[in-house]
Design a protein. Structure first.
Length: 94
């Protein structure tokens, strides 16, 4: 994982640009929506036991953005967004 790169909070800013909502992020990471929202808004950092999982998700999001699969259009309905996110991110996390 990263050690000399950007701080996790800086990388979470990139995640905001990718577009998943706190609810979508919480489903991907198996944390509460409130926890995901606190991370995205800079009010909290991921617990050290979750950092590896969060870092992996951030790596995957960066890959998907580089491949222009993210961000998703805001015109996509919520249910379809979740399906697209699971396909794009879930396939890379597996």
């Amino acid at each position: 994982m990263q050690s000399n790169g950007p701080d996790i909070q800086e990388r979470l800013e990139l995640l905001k640009q990718a577009g998943p909502t706190p609810a979508e992020l919480s489903q991907l990471l198996k944390v509460s929506r409130v926890t995901a929202s606190l991370w995205l808004n800079g009010h909290a950092r991921p617990h050290h036991l979750l950092e590896e999982r969060v870092e992996r998700l951030l790596d995957v999001v960066e890959e998907a953005m580089a491949a222009r699969e993210l961000p998703l259009s805001i015109d996509i309905p919520r249910r379809e967004r979740r399906v697209h996110l699971r396909r794009i991110i879930g396939s890379r996390l597996a």
